[in-house]
Write a protein that binds this ligand. Structure first.
Ligand SMILES: [Zn+2]
Length: 80
């Protein structure tokens, strides 16, 4: 993976929490490889911080859409 922080030029959805962010928001852009193809994903900075503290084995199969929210709910028992 190779990630960098960018200011988005189009509205983007965070891959981790599925929140939508407006133009000009700083997000981490990364290119992921899977299933024979490369695709780009965006994470909001809150999810980037979460990813740093989430145990690696939680993401054995990679990070799927909404996974960060799932983990936060699981770890902190937050209820909407
Ligand atoms: Zn997020």
């Amino acid at each position: 993976m190779n990630e960098k922080i960018v200011k988005i030029r189009k509205p983007r959805q965070c891959h981790g929490c599925l929140e939508k962010y407006p133009v000009g928001t700083k997000m981490e852009h990364g290119v992921h490889f899977g299933e024979g193809t490369a695709y780009s994903v965006y994470f909001c900075l809150e999810c980037v911080d979460m990813i740093k503290i989430i145990p690696r084995d939680f993401f054995q199969d990679g990070i799927f859409e909404g996974d960060i929210t799932e983990w936060v709910l699981y770890e902190f028992g937050v209820r909407e």
